[in-house]
Design a protein around this ligand. Structure first.
Ligand code: SF4
Ligand code: SF4
Length: 392
């Protein structure tokens, strides 16, 4: 899924797609409820705290003692064939991670130093992202995986990114009753099927699915400041994750408008990686800035916050050592379908160790990872997913 590189309410039985007409769900900037404002304020506070810690780690180039965030490649199977997706070029195997292997991986990530493996109290990775180069909801054990993480590591935050096509009523209900804290939907516009012609496919069905998910979540939110919803789930944030292409400004504006009306939480913009597919063109860095400015404006009018990691202020530029350091290298690991630990999804074959054999602490603080961090600019070969400037 191109743009990941860069993720309880109770289901109301009466809340059907037909009944939740987008035009009927007025939740614009002026009519945001107190609860929504409080939730967004809470998100911003947490974001400020996390960013401050990350800022200091990056600024002093001091990785966390063990990774804070682990992205696990639970599957590389996908029901889409987006033209911009580099899975084939990257030779990504179209397979699922074995559930037994997944359990070992989660244990290793959750309880260093090993054991005791008991409920609660462990120190370990805090953010789990169940997304590889495929559609996570295709994994037959997806919800068992979520349950397993929250059993082993009850404080963990779990999120995933989906193309939105499989969010049917049953799946939505399971999400809303699970410990998933964030669902990101990769969608790049709203110009009709095929949107940009190169990005994530957009279809009426996906918008209907997300509209229903947002409606079902919003119809029974928890009472702030508590996160737990009616049936023990975690009322997940719902986020549009959208890639900026050279021709999807209007589509993204429409998407923001819809997002505001149906009451999702925000849009995260992602820069298009054009290194592997020569036919792809992306806007210049100046145009990216202009597009972001316009989308932010649309977001303000529609009540949907819009973020873009590549448009960095001076503080973020300093934290990234003016594009010499990638923010992922201080607290993030990627675990591929074989259990190999690598620096990120773009470097999924760059093995730093394997969680069936090694502990995460040894891998994270080992020689291979240190060497990678010291040479990242060269090794990452022009990747600017989280950089300010274009590097290719
Ligand atoms: S949804 Fe598209 S971009 Fe994401 S993994 Fe599938 S084919 Fe690739
Ligand atoms: S710069 Fe390197 S570590 Fe960062 S996302 Fe790109 S390939 Fe991964």
């Amino acid at each position: 899924m191109q743009s990941h590189s860069v993720c309880a309410g109770t289901v109301m039985p009466h809340c059907t797609l037909k009944e939740r007409n987008v035009k009927d769900t007025k939740d614009s900037a002026e009519t945001l409820s107190f609860k929504t404002r409080l939730k967004r304020a809470g998100f911003r506070l947490k974001m400020i705290k996390d960013r401050t810690i990350k800022f200091l780690r990056c600024l002093f180039n001091t990785p966390s003692p063990i990774p804070v965030e682990a992205q696990i490649e639970i599957t590389n199977k996908c029901n889409f064939t987006c033209p911009m997706c580099p899975r084939e070029i990257m030779d990504v195997p179209s397979i699922n991670m074995d559930f037994g292997l997944f359990k070992e991986v989660v244990k290793k990530l959750s309880a260093p130093p090993l054991p005791p493996l008991q409920k609660g109290g462990q120190k370990g990775v805090k953010d789990f992202i169940l997304t590889g180069w495929g559609e996570p909801l295709l994994h037959p054990d997806f919800f068992e995986m979520v349950d397993f993480i929250s059993f082993i590591n009850p404080d963990a935050r779990i999120r995933f990114t989906t193309n939105g096509s499989l969010l049917n009523k049953d799946i939505r209900k399971r999400i809303l009753n699970s410990k998933v804290e964030q669902v990101s939907i990769s969608i790049d516009g709203l110009n009709g099927d095929g949107a940009t012609g190169e990005g994530h496919s957009e279809s009426k069905r996906i918008i209907e699915n997300v509209t229903a998910l947002a409606g079902e979540r919003n119809s029974n939110p928890p009472t702030p400041p508590f996160k737990k919803g009616g049936q023990g789930g975690f009322t997940p944030s719902i986020v549009f994750q959208s890639t900026i292409h050279s021709n999807n400004l209007e589509g993204l504006k429409k998407l923001i408008d819809i997002g505001g009306k149906i009451g999702i939480d925000r849009m995260n913009l992602v820069r298009l990686d054009v290194r592997k597919t020569v036919s792809l063109r992306r806007p210049s860095i100046e145009d990216e800035g202009r597009i972001f400015g316009k989308l932010k404006k649309t977001g303000k009018a529609s009540g949907l916050p819009v973020f873009f990691i590549n448009q960095q202020g001076m503080l973020l530029q300093m934290a990234g050592h003016f594009d010499r350091l990638c923010f992922r290298t201080v607290d993030h690991v990627y675990v591929n379908v074989k259990g190999d630990v690598t620096p990120c999804c773009n470097l999924r074959k760059m093995k730093m160790g394997n969680l069936l054999k090694d502990d995460i602490e040894e891998i994270w603080q080992g020689k291979i990872f240190k060497k990678f961090r010291a040479n990242q600019l060269k090794v990452c070969k022009g990747c600017d997913a989280l950089k300010r400037k274009h590097h290719h």
